[in-house]
Design a binder for this molecule. Structure first.
Ligand SMILES: [Zn+2]
Length: 407
């Protein structure tokens, strides 16, 4: 299938190719069918190509959000989406993401069969939307987070979006069941519920179950993403072998050991463990004074993580209508404005590094010949002003313009 019989030539663009290489002014990107066939300044435009002049605009890889929820899950502070049936196959998160140049999302905790069906429909081209990698349900403990917190014990959520093994054998069997159903990865919640009040360590996943889940997932060739809430829990999860740490939740009222944090980041850098901080999720929930201090502390910690050289991914934890895409832009802006991370590094994290985290780096994450033509075109220069990423001009997915805001 080739929807663009004529090659498309994007010319005179500022090219930020996602590899981390210096940006190139006056670049041309050639697209034939679904693929990027050339990118750079020494690119001849073939005869018959459709030429689009992008003077004053920047071309970058389609953004990847490494942490979203598609919906169907009950939240006490927002109306539940009602699941796929009530939301036209997750129409809002699918298309909101695309409008913001997010061409790929990783769903970390959603209804199993709904999220897989929609992922496959997007991949087949029968539904529009940001392509998906999905974990399906997350591994949790009974009455713990999120079933006992934001879900309020909702039966449908428990059935469709949770796995609550009571033994190592049950945990392994549950992972095998998810693998057979076709999930792309496994998600574990290692929470002491501290985000919702005083810590309740008795509601934390026992470590022998974490070990069983990680072992079983890796035997199936699946990566494991872990929601953690303390430095100590992150460290133990990394030692057991999880592939990425989600959230970096650090409470201002907890005693903080800077050396322990630096040790954690050094360990993650040495083991190749990814970090997806999702600081915008904490910012949106921050209201009280202690929250503001927590946020400041978290932002400083992300900066230290970046400086440690670990694999820094980007995720937004978007979960409600209106947040998908917008929230990833906000996370990127926070990285630059509040964490002091260079804009170029932030954009590389949300493209190449996220593609590596999702296991899709052979197809996605950079603007290079042979890669799938997923591109975000914005007005201005996001390296000079990161908020330029919100000025979406066009979004191209699989070589087709899927969002067009005109000249
Ligand atoms: Zn989440």
């Amino acid at each position: 299938m080739n929807r663009n019989p004529q090659p498309l030539a994007l010319t005179n663009a500022l090219l930020i190719d996602g590899t981390g290489a210096p940006a190139v002014h006056g670049a041309t990107v050639l697209i034939a069918g679904h693929e990027i066939t050339a990118a750079g300044t020494a690119v001849a435009v073939p005869e018959g190509a459709t030429v689009v002049d992008l003077r004053g605009k920047a071309v970058l890889p389609g953004l990847i959000d490494a942490h979203v929820h598609l919906g169907g899950l009950g939240f006490h502070h927002a109306p539940p989406f009602g699941g796929r049936e009530a939301t036209d196959h997750y129409a809002v998160p699918r298309t909101d993401a695309l409008r913001h140049g997010v061409t790929t999302q990783r769903s970390l905790g959603d209804f199993l069969h709904d999220s897989i069906a929609v992922r496959d429909a997007i991949e087949a081209g029968t539904l529009p939307g940001a392509r998906l990698a999905v974990s399906g349900p997350s591994f949790q403990v009974e009455h713990g987070h999120p079933n006992g917190t934001v879900w309020g014990g909702d039966d449908t959520c428990l059935r469709e979006a949770a796995r609550i093994p009571k033994s190592a054998a049950e945990a392994a069997a549950a992972v095998e069941g998810l693998a057979a159903a076709g999930v792309d990865l496994v998600k574990i919640i290692i929470s002491n519920n501290a985000i919702f009040g005083p810590p309740r360590p008795e509601l934390k996943m026992p470590w022998h179950l974490v070990e069983a889940i990680v072992d079983a997932a890796h035997r199936q060739g699946l990566k494991v993403a872990a929601h953690t809430e303390t430095v100590e829990d992150s460290r133990r999860a990394v030692e057991i072998g999880v592939d990425d740490i989600e959230h970096l939740l650090l409470r201002a009222e907890d005693p903080h050991d800077e050396a322990a944090l630096d040790d954690l980041f050094a360990l993650m850098a040495a083991r190749g463990t990814y970090l997806v901080p999702t600081m915008v999720a904490h910012q949106l929930h921050a209201t009280a004074d202690t929250d503001a201090r927590t946020l400041r502390y978290g932002n400083q910690a992300v900066r230290r993580a970046y400086e440690s050289g670990l694999r820094l991914g980007v995720g937004s934890d978007a979960h409600s209508p209106g947040l998908h895409g917008w929230k990833l832009h906000s996370e990127l802006i926070m990285m630059v404005h509040d964490q002091g991370i260079p804009a170029h590094a932030a954009l590389t994290a949300a493209t190449r590094t996220n593609a590596e985290l999702l296991g899709l780096a052979d197809r996605l994450g950079t603007v290079e010949p042979g890669k799938t033509a997923d591109l975000l075109i914005v007005s201005g220069n996001p390296l000079e002003d990161i908020t330029a990423i919100t000025g979406v001009h066009q979004v191209i997915q699989n070589g087709t313009v899927v969002t067009d805001n005109g000249a």
